[in-house]
Design a protein around this ligand. Structure first.
Ligand code: NCD
Length: 306
């Protein structure tokens, strides 16, 4: 039995297979409409979510399976003090696979060690968000043809943004990737990512504060929201929240084929006027999240092709 805790749990070859499967599911949905008939996905979300939870649920429904779960800690027995290990023990007898989001780093990992069903980390605190990374990689491969030979700008809250941490972890395994890390001083990438991931893999990167300076060099701009819920005080958040606003004027500085990605939800960091720019790919990205999650559920449940 396999869980998904980090994007590194799959080799790059396995990721290619997963993306090939997602392509097939996107092109031939009818062939997979009953693939998970009789199987149940539990979505255990102790933190807010729109896309991740609903795309997991849509994915399972597209595969002919069923879903059950809770969407906030308050509506689960966590509010009564139950541990994740007890919860997953019980859920293991109600469902066949579980996607879990939790505000504490490592909680899905703890759950996986007490689970009799595959557990998928659907975001743990400021740590990792592997299925968003699968979505990001799949979007890049689908729209760009391949993953590699790219200069990628990651912009915004690089300190608390778990999607950024997971994406860097995954991208360093592809050829000729360069990063431009664009953030205010206080929201720079954590030291462990800089040293253990970028430096250790000898990945070229620069850190800068001005988005305008980075724009002309980028093949992909990955915007992120300032993670309000992880700040220690509201004043710091208010000071930082509108540090970056991508608008049409800044888009004029970018390459004609640059791709703008964002895991969403956006707050103010991308003006709505950018939505109509053909380079804006974030809504497509959210849509692709369903296909790659279908492929993931299918793979972890070890469904045999009929
Ligand atoms: C992200 C998350 O939860 O980390 N959202 C998502 O899953 N698409 C990004 C965010 O909340 O800013």
């Amino acid at each position: 039995m396999r869980h998904l805790m980090s994007p590194l749990d799959f080799t790059t070859e396995e990721l290619e297979q997963l993306m090939d499967l997602a392509d097939d599911m996107r092109l031939h949905p009818e062939q997979y409409a009953d693939a998970c008939h009789g199987k149940k996905l539990a979505t255990c979300f102790y933190e807010p979510s729109t896309r991740t939870r609903l795309s997991f649920e849509a994915a399972m429904l597209n595969l002919g399976g069923s879903v059950l779960g809770f969407s906030s800690a308050d509506s689960s027995s966590a509010a009564k003090g139950e541990s994740v290990s007890d919860t997953i023990r019980v859920i293991s007898s109600y469902a066949d696979i579980c996607a879990m989001r939790h505000p504490k780093e490592g909680a899905p990992l703890v759950a996986s060690s007490h689970s009799r069903i595959p557990v998928i980390n659907a975001g743990d605190g400021g740590h990792q968000h592997p299925t968003q990374t699968l979505t990001d990689l799949y979007t890049i491969r689908s729209l760009n043809g391949s993953i590699g030979n790219l200069t990628i700008g990651l912009c915004g809250d690089l300190k608390f943004g778990r999607t950024v941490h997971s994406l860097i972890n995954a991208l360093v395994r592809y050829p000729n990737i360069k990063f431009i890390l664009i953030s205010p001083e206080e929201l720079r990438i954590p030291e462990y990512i800089r040293e253990d991931v970028l430096d250790r893999n000898e990945i070229p990167y620069v850190e800068m504060e001005r988005l305008e300076d980075a724009m002309p060099q980028l093949d992909i701009l990955y915007m992120t929201r300032v993670q309000r819920e992880r700040f220690f005080n509201e004043e710091d958040y208010l000071r930082m929240k509108d540090f970056y606003i991508l608008n049409s004027e800044k888009m004029t500085l970018a390459k004609d084929n640059m791709m703008v990605l964002h895991p969403l939800p956006r707050v103010n960091e991308i003006s709505v006027e950018v939505d109509d720019d053909p380079r804006a790919a974030y809504f497509k990205q959210a849509q692709y999240g369903v296909y790659i999650r279908m492929a993931l559920i299918y793979t972890l449940l070890e469904v045999q092709p009929c």
